[in-house]
Design a protein around this ligand. Structure first.
Ligand SMILES: [Fe+2]
Length: 250
């Protein structure tokens, strides 16, 4: 390599090094000055607005919200909703669950009236969020504390007094895990608490398809087995459902 070529090569390396440094510095500055519109609560509200406006489908909403929940730092979420304050003196019911509304703090870019409802669900060991299906609503559920045995089913057909359903999810879930329901996918769910105490954070969009939302409690264990893994299950009155599924009987 002659001297001139050598100097040119050095000069090129210096320029690219300096350019790289500039990029790194800019990136760091960029991260520090991250626009507030990036906050997960704003994105969450936007996807719920999109669902209400039907610019995304219910299944797309499920995909988007689950992708978001996979990214959010649990620590950040717990402090954002002031979880410790929410559960102070929380009284767990003997049967089923107790819920409590969640308020988000004021945040630039986040409207006062949000497009979705927020609640925590608290459950004791051996109790359950009883098996039920939904109409005209979607919801997503993030485990904040404890663990559950979780089952989901697709709703294949509503026969009035009965539902035809098909199992889709059957797994043990713990802190940071999440699931979601919609009219289109994994419509029925059943959470059985396996830890002493457990909490989920629920994000709920009601009254979709221009209709009022509804909930059908079902007698899953008495379901009639059909072909292709399907089950025919009877709808139940809420008190009967709570008696049978709200608490484990040994
Ligand atoms: Fe539900």
């Amino acid at each position: 390599m002659d001297r001139r070529h050598f100097s040119q090569t050095i000069l090129k390396s210096l320029i690219s090094l300096s350019l790289m440094e500039t990029l790194i510095v800019n990136d760091l500055v960029g991260k520090k000055a991250k626009p507030i519109t990036d906050h997960w609560a704003i994105r969450l509200n936007e996807m719920c607005m999109d669902l209400r406006k039907e610019t995304i489908s219910q299944t797309q909403w499920q995909q988007q919200i689950e992708a978001l929940l996979a990214q959010i730092s649990l620590e950040d979420l717990l402090s954002f909703i002031d979880f410790n304050k929410l559960i102070k003196g929380f009284e767990f019911p003997d049967l089923g669950v107790k819920t409590k509304g969640v308020r988000f703090p004021q945040l630039e870019g986040l409207p006062e009236n949000l497009a979705f409802y927020r609640k925590i669900f608290g459950v004791k060991k051996g109790r359950a969020i009883i098996p039920h299906g939904h109409k005209n609503m979607t919801s997503a559920h993030l485990v904040l504390q404890g663990s559950f045995d979780l089952k989901h089913y697709d709703k294949m057909e509503d026969q009035g007094s009965h539902l035809i359903i098909k199992p889709t999810i059957d797994r043990h879930i713990g802190v940071g895990d999440y699931s979601s329901i919609s009219d289109e996918k994994d419509n029925i769910h059943w959470f059985k608490t396996t830890s002493d105490y457990a909490f989920t954070f629920d994000m709920i969009v009601l009254d979709l398809n221009g209709e009022s939302y509804d909930i059908d409690n079902i007698d899953l264990l008495a379901g009639e087995k059909l072909s292709d893994d399907r089950l025919r299950v009877k709808k139940m009155e809420v008190m009967d459902a709570l008696k049978k599924y709200g608490k484990e009987h040994h």
